[in-house]
Write a protein that binds this ligand. Sequence first.
Ligand code: CP
Length: 325
Amino acid sequence: MSKPMRGRHFIDTQEWSDREIELLIETSADLKRKFHRDEPHALLRDRTLFMLFFEQSTRTRNSFEAGMTQLGGHAHDLTPEKLQVSHGETAKDTALVLSRYGHGIAIRNCDWGKGNTFIRDVAAISRVPVINMQCDRYHPCQAVADLMTVREKFGADLRGRRIAVTWTYAPNYVRPLSVPQSEILIMTRAGLDVVLAHPPEFRLEPEILAQAAANAARMGTRFEVVDDMDAAFTGASVVYPKSWGCLVHEPRREAAVKTIEKYPGWICDERRMRLARPEAIYMHPLPASRGLEVADAVIDGPQSAVWDQAENRLHTAKGLMALTM
Ligand code: CP
């Protein structure tokens, strides 16, 4: 039997059962219908969410803040500079205080080797649910919105379809591993075959790869890792090309950028889209580096699902808060 949803932390999708992920997507779809019909859905009247951002955000910040307003509550937009965290107050002390003032704490901390630990330290002593708004290892909110989007395009039965999660070139900054890691974790549970493609230095954490393989084995689907973007795209129904850093291989920023610069050919362009199935969709969590990761003709073209993905961040943020808070 599932644990009660109220009060549950959401740090990694692997910690929620298939049924709980299903309930989250169903709740989000219901809230999406209500939003579009302008029907009242103030499920969290007078409730407060504290959002703590260690890094910048457009979609996550605004989907949670707007979502909380639409649910009848209020979200505080916090950064370390606005808190005594900047003077060394610990995660534990901060969480003890915030969890006495409100009903949920949401954190983004992508510091490699530290972000997930920080969120788990807060969750360990918080009286209220803690939501991972992206850390160094996981972006579970993005993953759930993406699964909802794939289902909207192809239906709930995804067996026989394949998603290609591939690395792309973008030397402008070294991105965390959290999106590809959460994508391979959730998509291997969704009935899709999953192929992960990247140059050799851009491997993901071995523990995550093992979990994705175990998910696929449980579902009777395929999970494979290749080093060829064309091979990954060929025959795929969903392509998910995005950049990430070589943090497992080389966490030092300057060396990491030099490694990224070795692979400028890893772009999603019209030629590669033609390798995928005719009905294939192009996905990206955004922000995308246009001209580096993806050609304008693809991200602005008829196969692009990126705006639906971005919209579903709102509905899934609301579903998550409504269930846990
Ligand atoms: N996809 C995503 O998390 O976007 P932001 O970094 O803008 O929140």
